[in-house]
Design a protein around this ligand. Structure first.
Ligand code: APR
Length: 236
C-alpha cells in the first residue's frame, strides 16, 4: 500500500497569521456566545447578528497572510512521494493561498455563501445580509455563510473516514481536541495502524491519544517536522 499522510488542522495553525483562535485566552468564544452566532437557532433568532459576526471575520481575510506552517504543508503535498490529504477545521483560506490543493474544509468556508432555499453555493468575499437576494433563486434572506454550525454535520465525513482508515501517518496541528468529530480522528487513524503526532502550542485535551507530541509555535515546529518527513527521518 502506498504511503499516505492525513493532516488535521485547527485555529492554532492560523494564530501566527493574526487570525483569532477560539479557546485560547481572549479567544473568540470568550468574546461571543457561540449559541448566538454559531448555531442554526442563533441564525434564525437574529440573522443580522450572525451576519455581522461572520462579516467581521470575512473582512479580516484580506488582511492576513499564510505563515510558514501553511507553506510547509503545501510543500509536503508537492514533494512527498505518497498521498497527502489536508483536513482543516478552519474556515479561513490560508491553506489554499499557501498552495495546498488536496484540501477538505470540514467546517465550510468563510469565503463562500450558501443559499438555504435553493442549496446553491457562491464565492463570497463581501458582506452578507438578509437583504441580498440569492444569485440563483433570487430569494431574499436565504443566504448564509457556508460554514458548519454547532449541531450541524461537518462536510465530507465519508471521504475523511476513508482516508483515516488507510493512512500511515496522522498529524494533528493547532487544535484543542475539544470538538467532535475532529477530536476523534486520531483514534480512527490509530486503529488503521498509523503513527499519530500532535503538533500544538501546548498539550491538547486529547494529547494522550497520540503516539508522539511536539509542542511549540506552528510556524517553527511544522516546517521542522515536514523537513524530517521529506528527509526520510519519519517512518511514514
Ligand atoms: N501554534 C500552534 N498551536 C497554537 C498556536 C500556535 N501559534 N496558538 C494557539 N495554538 C493552539 C492552542 O494551544 C489550542 O490548542 O491551537 C489550539 C486552538 O484551539 P481552539 O481555539 O479550540 O481551535 P480549534 O481546535 O480549531 O476549534 C475547533 O471549534 O469553535 C469551533 O468550529 C470551530 O473549528 C473550530 C472548532
Amino acid at each position: 500500500m502506498g504511503s499516505s499522510i492525513v493532516i488535521l488542522t485547527g485555529a492554532g495553525i492560523s494564530a501566527e497569521s493574526g487570525v483569532d483562535t477560539f479557546r485560547d485566552k481572549g479567544g473568540i468564544w470568550s468574546r461571543y456566545d457561540l449559541r448566538e452566532v454559531a448555531t442554526p437557532e442563533g441564525f434564525a433568532a437574529n440573522p443580522a447578528l450572525v451576519h455581522g459576526f461572520y462579516n467581521d471575520r470575512r473582512s479580516q481575510l484580506s488582511q492576513v497572510e499564510p505563515n510558514a506552517a501553511h507553506y510547509a504543508l503545501a510543500q509536503l503535498e508537492r514533494q512527498y512521494r505518497g498521498q497527502v490529504l489536508l483536513i482543516t477545521q478552519n474556515i479561513d483560506d490560508l491553506h489554499e493561498r499557501a498552495g495546498s490543493h488536496n484540501l477538505i474544509y470540514m467546517h465550510g468556508e468563510l469565503a463562500k455563501a450558501l443559499c438555504a432555499h435553493c442549496g446553491s453555493r457562491h464565492e463570497w468575499r463581501e458582506a452578507l445580509s438578509v437583504d441580498i437576494p440569492c444569485p440563483d433563486c433570487r430569494t431574499k434572506g436565504a443566504l448564509r455563510p457556508d460554514v458548519v454550525w454547532f449541531g450541524e454535520m461537518p462536510y465530507h465525513m465519508e471521504r475523511i473516514y476513508e482516508a483515516l482508515s488507510a493512512c500511515n501517518l496522522f498529524l494533528s496541528i493547532g487544535t484543542s481536541g475539544s470538538v467532535y468529530p475532529a477530536a476523534q480522528f486520531v483514534e480512527e487513524a490509530a486503529v488503521a495502524g498509523a503513527h499519530t503526532v500532535e503538533l500544538n502550542l501546548e498539550p491538547s485535551e486529547n494529547v494522550y491519544n497520540f503516539d508522539e507530541a511536539i509542542h511549540g509555535p506552528a510556524s517553527k515546529i511544522v516546517p521542522a517536522y515536514v523537513d524530517r518527513i521529506l528527509s526520510g527521518q519519519v517512518n511514514a
